[in-house]
Design a protein around this ligand. Sequence first.
Ligand code: ADP
Ligand code: MG
Length: 448
Amino acid sequence: MEALWSAALPLLRQQVGERNFSAWIEPIRCVSGNGEVCLEVPSRFFQEWITRHFLSAIREALTQLGGEPCAVRAVVAAGDDPQARSVPSTPAAAANGEPVRRPRAPKIGHLVPHYTFETFVVGAANEVAFQAAQAVSAHPGRRFNPVFLHGGVGLGKTHLINALAHELLRRRARMRIVCLAAESFMNVLITSLRQDQMNAFRDRFRQVDALILDDVQFLAGKERTQEEFFHTFNALYGAEKQIVLTSDKPPAAINGLEQRLRSRFEGGLIADIHPPTREMRLAILHAKAGSHGVTLVPEMAELLVQYGGPSVRELEGALNRVMATAAVRGAPISAELIEAALRPFRRARPVVSVEAIQEVVSVRFGVSVGDLVSHCRVRQLALPRQIAMYLSRTVAEVPFLTIGEKFGGRDHSTIMYAVRTVETKRVADRDLDQIIAGIECQLRELPV
Ligand code: ADP
Ligand code: MG
């Protein structure tokens, strides 16, 4: 059931859109019920909302993936008290104008439960951000303030701030933490302005021990929200309360952000998250598969890494689809299964064809296309052939199996080996790198 739910997530994300997804679908915990699927949700309000708006989409996705009709029900997680929320973690909850003051710490249910430090894979790409988040969770308000984490979409910013909040609450259960999207902050502000409740608004945000605001690039051009946030920021900063911000770009690159806010954002620790390297992608894949009780053989992990897009989110999505396909078919994860599972999600038409690549490479290296695709083992042919295979994967984004077919019926592992070899050689050999870069430019300019 867990595998099925994980597999349904990317589908649902596509269907309901990014915002609805993170507000309403992500916080759901899927548990198996008696012949039906139970979706555990944090509150009664949440239950009503998703039952009305998303239940049929969820049912369809699960039915489609599981191959048989399935009954779905939303239930409020035991021990969760709907009155206990003062912290809006979703746009709709925020706009709903819920009770403002509350003496107790916010419910953890509003953080994504499995976004913890333990489930976060650390590597060179995210080490600084990870260390910063850990340091803050150990000494909030003191060492680094504010902390500004930035990096591309799907690289783990939201995961890290959730982990940070979990850890803060683990250490000090009564800590008052507000962790929400910048967009939600704006929605609460609008509601408060409309209802003439700005005092309550200020109390709510200025009396917390930690304010964690996700995706502050959203504030660009929102002058009124920036103004209010500026005052919130100053009040908290002055009181040595921790502030953590995330964005998809560094403060200086957010157009439409007031200078005074920018300089405040730049006044603390700025840490960026880069796309993960191949090794780290492999580590993430093994960790994620392992958490579902699935062991990935190295070759299949490698194949998935080559398929996955630039972000961890895409990599994870690909893995989930593959695991669900394997579970539904009751078959082990093989190269064919990976292709079958991921084919529907690939772009409809490759930008460049393998044939075009073979043509260009053969001209560049003065060999014939026939030689390139042949099994002739003459030494001068090896490198051009590998480069053509490499470009078929990286530029044309054709699956390994297909590339193998177009190169005289070779095995997918031969193609994978070629891709890796060329990657390594490019790093070591500047001249070769230049030649390949030249071919890449030429290919990208070809008419489609
Ligand atoms: P962002 O907020 O930067 O767009 P998210 O935090 O939503 O990205 O991450 C997207 C997905 O990738 C999440 O499911 C998250 O758990 C996963 N993820 C990202 N980075 C890592 C990592 N280093 N280790 C484990 N999972 C990760
Ligand atoms: Mg995010």
